[in-house]
Write a protein that binds this ligand. Sequence first.
Ligand code: ATP
Length: 342
Amino acid sequence: MYLDVRNATKTYGSFTALDQVSMSLDEGEFVCLLGPSGCGKTTLLRLIAGLTRPDSGQIMLKGKDVSMVPTRKRGFGIVFQSYSLFPDMTIAQNVGYGLKIRGGDAQSVRRRVDHLLEMIKLPHIADSYPGQLSGGQQQRVALARAIAVDPEVLLLDEPLSALDAKVRTDLRTEIHSLQRELRLPTLMVTHDQEEALALADKIICMNAGKVVQAGSPEDLYLRPNTRFVADFMGISNLIAPDRLRLVAPELLAGQPRETGRQHLACIRPEQIALSRDAEGPARITAVEFLGNLRRIRLESPAGDLVAEVSGRIDLAPGERVRLEIAPEDCSWVEDDTSGVAA
Ligand code: ATP
């Protein structure tokens, strides 16, 4: 294991921000810490960076315990949400800062800086100051500065969240290709599930100071373990078995056998196909045009449901429909939210 967090706990007074959290990151891997505001993502990142001390637990880097090693000696590159460039230094001085304090000579620092500015596609701004750049450009520079020193791990704390939509997706693509090219082990904090799905090799989903599920983007989206993860990863139709019987009884065969915990069927909107049927159990209440797809809202004996189709449809509000769902597209999740049926 390249980076390994073992049973990290962090409390603030009587509040437990991290509760026995373990996670790992392999060589070359892009891992996203995903979860709602306040779940402990930033605390975990700061703890890995050495900016916060855990109450207990260990941070292992390449097999060595670095829990007591100060931040600057861990050799990590960090990019925060707000552009934390030095305002009185030029872009070249900002990017070259880490190299200079490590004793690099002026010429080789400048060569490396020029190369990095090429990589982030901003070759002509070496002599500009941060205040002259847009938010997206400043974040690119912050990224170049973090990469400059060949970090052991690149730590990104919501680096895209202050940017507007277009710049955000552009920079997301940029981060993705840079990370793949350099194979830099990267840990990114985000509360945006789409960002995590697009970037990560592995997503670690957190809630209330605990890791609730870790796995590939496909695992978390298509095979969530719990209702919390299913909801957090996107729109889902969550249906209790007694209600599922009323709209798609054939899916009940896949229900987990174990008793005790309540399980819900989880069906993503794009996994529901609709066909017009006057005797069908559901009725269309609205069709929303979303550009690349249409979202169809349904009223049914199983409660309100959502389906999504790409392309045109010949169905309209008021029509009755039958639902077709392939058994393999229905996953079963544990109802971890107080046992209330969907
Ligand atoms: P966000 O996306 O909002 O930043 P997060 O998942 O990153 O959320 P953290 O910043 O890790 O969450 O915070 C987790 C919890 O710990 C929050 O409830 C926060 O109020 C609390 N917390 C964090 N730092 C401190 C601190 N220095 N003192 C007291 N409480 C803190």
